[in-house]
Design a binder for this molecule. Sequence first.
Ligand SMILES: *Cc1c(COP(=O)(O)O)cnc(C)c1O
Length: 386
Amino acid sequence: MSTTSEHVATQDLLQPLQPPKRYLFGPGPTMVDPRVYRALSKPIVGHLDPYFIQVMQDVQELLKPVYGIQNGSTLVISGTGSAGMEAAVANFVEPGSKFAVFANGYFSDRLSEMAKRNGANIGRFEKAWGETFSDAEAADFIRREKPSVVGYVHAETSTGALQPGHAICAAAHDAGALVIGDCVTSLGGLPVEFDKTGIDIAYSCTQKGLSCPPGLSPLALSQRAMDWLRARTTLSRSWYLDLKLIHDYSTVSHRYHHTAPISMFHALREALMVIAEEGIEKRFERHRRAHRFFVKEIESMSLSMHVPEAHRIPTLNTVSVPKGVDDAKVRKRLLEGPGIEIAGGFGPLAGKVFRIGLMGPLATEENVRFFLQEFSKALKAEGYQS
Ligand SMILES: *Cc1c(COP(=O)(O)O)cnc(C)c1O
C-alpha cells in the first residue's frame, strides 16, 4: 500500500512544472513582462564578477528616477519587501529609542512589531483601516511623541489608502527624527517623490509596482540617513541586513558580504529598463487613467470604493463587498474560471472588501474591461443584483 502511493507520488514529482495561466489582479505578485522572464534565464556569473558589479550599479541608477531620488543612495536588499522593512528598522531604530508609527493598517502594525523587537519604545497613532492622517494631526503627534524615528506606510495595501508623507517628514525633521516610509506598493506605479517628500529611508519590493517576480527589496536612503548610519556607534542587531556592510559590498569595496541572487538582479534590471523605456511619468499617468476608468465602471455597477476619493491608491483598489455576497466564493469563481486572482480583506476588513490591483501591464482600459466583465459575472453568480 505504502509502496504504491510512494510510486505514484514519485511519478507526480517527475512531471514537468506547469503553472496554471493566471491574471494577477491582486495586490501582488503582479504580471511579469516576458522580457523579464527571459532575463531570469540568462546564465549567471559570480557575485564578485565585474560584470555583476556593473549590473548592481545599473540597478541602483535605474531605481533613482522611479524613487525620485537624486541626493541620496539606492541599495538593493536580498529578500522580499519585509526584508527591506527589517533592514530599515534594524539599522535606524536603536534599542531604547522612541519609534512613532502611524498605525492604520496591517503593514504599519508589522513595522511597529519589528521596531518593538528591536527594543524601541513604540508610540502609536491609531486610526481605522482605510483612514489616513491629516497634516495637522501628523505634526501634532510627532511634536507630542518626540521620536528618534517615525514610520508610516505610503500605500497601505491592506486597506487601499494612500498616506501623503510631506507633513510627516517636515514635522519629523523639525523634531530631529528620521523617517522610514514603506513604499512597497507605491514604487513603480505612482510617484514616491522621495527627495521632494523628504523621506529618509524607503523600502519596496520587486513584485508589486515594478512587475518583477518577488525576491529583492530596493531601498532609498537620504544623505541624512547615510550620515546618521555612518555616525552610529552601536552595531545593528541584524548582521545579514547590516546596511553598512551591504553598502560596502554593493557600492564601495565590492568585498563579499553574502552571495547576491544574481538571476533576480538580472530580472530587476530588465524590469527597470521596461519602465525607463515607457517613461516614468507616462507609466504613472497610465496607472492613474486605468484607476479612474475602473472606479467609474465600479460605480456604474452600483458598487462602492472603501476609501474616499481623495485618499485612494491608484494601483490597489478596495471595493466594498455588497451585502449578501460571500467574497471568498466570488474570488474562488474568478480563480477557477477565467484564472483571475484578486484578494480579499483581512483583519478588520475580512469579508468586507475585495482588493484589486491594477499594476504594470494590467493597468490599461482594455484589461480593466476584461476584469470587470468577469468580476460582474462572478458577482451575479453569487447573488448580486446591481
Ligand atoms: C507586500 C507589502 C509588504 C511586504 O512585502 P513582502 O514582499 O510580502 O515581504 C510590506 N508593506 C506593504 C505596504 C506591502 O504591501
